[in-house]
Design a binder for this molecule. Structure first.
Ligand code: UN1
Length: 510
């Protein structure tokens, strides 16, 4: 499998982390273990943030926010621009660290850092475009407008699979909006978070006049997340992860009337219509279904294929899958790295067993042993062919499993696509304009992302990112997602000497 020698990867990860500014001695502890799924080896033992430390960090962030909100937005943008420049310089190293800690291939690790750079660019532009409306008023001598103000300390809870970019989408916007950010990264990707944070702190140190605690890091598991969710000084929590996690976070935020941006499970589908360009579709399907070893929230999990194409497409996918190189994600030519851990592998096997029990024919899915590394969990991507959508296909399994389901009429395909609890990403492969438009229409895909002739994964940062139903309804990244990180005030100004009341109400005190 062409894996590195024992000890080499952990050493490389520690070297990169130090080079990026992580003080490994200060971070050392016994609360959690940073690992690489590439070999399953531990990289470093790390200390978690205690509840008292979390409260103190949130106090510091809140004090910093009180000053930061007064810095003009374009000046705030300069800091984010400098951060983007620092990320450009660190792209290869940080990308490699992402790959080592998540097991995604190097090109995707670097792509994740590019996504951070892109959102910094977006945020810098935004820092000169935060704007409200001027609205016609019914009263003479009055003016009505909207003003957008910084919100406070924004909490960010991120998942292991995008350990850097998800924080950046939230943080770059929040910072230009005048907020502070408290980040609770996944305990499966803490080293990357420490590295990102070190890069951010170094950037901010170049601006000594600005408050230095606008970004704080809370390391650990559910306890550290709870500190964010429960703290009244945190008016917004943006949480990315499983629907189960969202179901614990959302009610607690609602109970104290805090805002939530939830980006939870996806169960993304693609429809392949009779007119589809199959060469293009097969490539797009392979990237979306097996890229990141099926561990993106946008990964393609269901392929709804017109019955006239089913046999041909299934054959082509099987041939494409057979040619995929599975193994060391840092090696040239490999396209499928490991699953994140044993739990992920077992969940995949359980889903495949359940699919078989439902009558699906399963191809692939076996473990690929990594000689000498018993705790590295590589699996062949699996195809499950079933006559109809069953319960297993309706659940999100965070692994490279693609369910192939036949359809006859487009309306039926759209119904199958929408008949799951999640609503993140979707796509259709067709050259028929009418079909494409129906898929994008009000009666089409019910997802937050609906694409034509590309797969459901790999979105750019310029669009709003997120989905409906159990995906949680939040939107991050581009478009007008920034509005979630600010509070809106409606202002009415009377510049006359009269006091006309709205709705013609008279209230004459004589
Ligand atoms: C995620 O898996 O949580 O659209 C985010 C994509 C990436 C982001 C995925 N830009 O696939």
């Amino acid at each position: 499998m062409n894996l590195p020698k024992p000890g080499a990867l952990p050493e490389r990860a520690r070297a990169i982390a130090s080079a990026l500014g992580v003080d490994l001695a200060a971070a050392a502890g016994e609360d959690l273990v940073a690992r690489t799924p590439v070999t399953g080896e531990p990289i470093a033992g790390l200390k978690a943030t205690s509840p008292a430390e979390a409260r103190a960090a949130l106090s510091r962030a809140h004090r910093a926010f009180l000053d930061w909100r007064l810095v003009p937005a374009p000046r705030r943008g300069e800091v984010v621009r400098a951060f983007g420049e620092r990320l450009r310089a660190a792209k290869d190293e940080l990308g490699e660290l992402v790959s080592i800690e998540t097991g995604k291939i190097l090109s995707e690790g670097r792509g994740e850092v590019q996504e951070m750079i892109d959102i910094c660019d977006f945020a810098v532009g935004l820092s000169r475009q935060l704007h409200g409306l001027t609205i016609a008023t019914e009263r003479p001598g009055h003016r009505m407008m909207e003003t957008w103000h910084p919100l406070g300390v924004c909490g960010v809870i991120s998942a292991f699979n995008f350990p850097a970019a998800v924080w950046a989408w939230n943080a770059a916007l929040a910072f230009v909006c005048g907020d502070a950010v408290a980040w609770k990264p996944s305990e499966k990707a803490t080293l990357t978070a420490l590295a990102c944070h070190a890069l951010w702190k170094r950037t901010l140190a170049g601006f000594p006049d600005y408050p230095q605690d606008i970004g704080v890091l809370l390391v650990g598991g559910a306890d550290a997340g709870a500190a964010l969710v429960e703290d009244a000084r945190v008016p917004l929590v943006s949480a990315t992860g499983s629907t189960r996690m969202g179901a614990t976070v959302a009610p607690r935020l609602a109970a104290r009337f805090a805002r939530a941006i939830l980006e939870l499970g996806g169960n993304n589908a693609a429809i392949v219509a009779p007119s589809a360009d199959l060469d293009l579709a097969v490539r797009a399907i392979a990237f979306s279904a097996v890229g990141t070893a099926g561990q993106r929230c946008t990964s393609l999990r269901r392929l709804i294929v017109h019955e006239s194409l089913r046999e041909e497409l299934s054959g082509r996918l099987k041939r494409a899958y057979a040619s995929l190189r599975i193994g060391n994600p840092l090696a040239e030519g490999v396209l499928v790295g490991p699953l994140v851990d044993r739990g992920a592998f077992e969940a995949m096997q359980a889903a495949l067993a359940a699919a078989r029990a439902e009558g699906a024919v399963v191809t692939g899915g076996a473990r690929r042993e990594a000689p000498g590394f018993p705790d590295a969990w590589y699996a062949e991507p699996a195809l499950c062919e079933a006559p109809a959508q069953g319960d297993v296909a309706r659940r999100e399994t965070f692994a490279p499993i693609l369910h192939l389901l036949p359809y006859r009429e487009l309306a039926e395909a759209i119904a199958i696509q929408n008949d799951v609890p999640q609503g993140l990403a979707s796509s259709i492969f067709t050259r028929d304009l009418g079909e494409a438009e129906r898929f994008l229409s009000a009666a089409g895909s019910d997802c937050g992302i609906a694409n034509v002739n590309i797969g459901p994964s790999g979105a750019e940062i310029g669009g709003a990112f997120g989905g409906e139903k159990q995906t949680g309804g939040g939107r991050e990244s581009g478009s007008d997602a920034w509005k979630a990180y600010m509070r809106r005030a409606t202002n009415t100004i009377n510049y006359s000497r009269e006091l006309p009341l709205a709705q013609g109400v008279s209230f004459d005190i004589g």
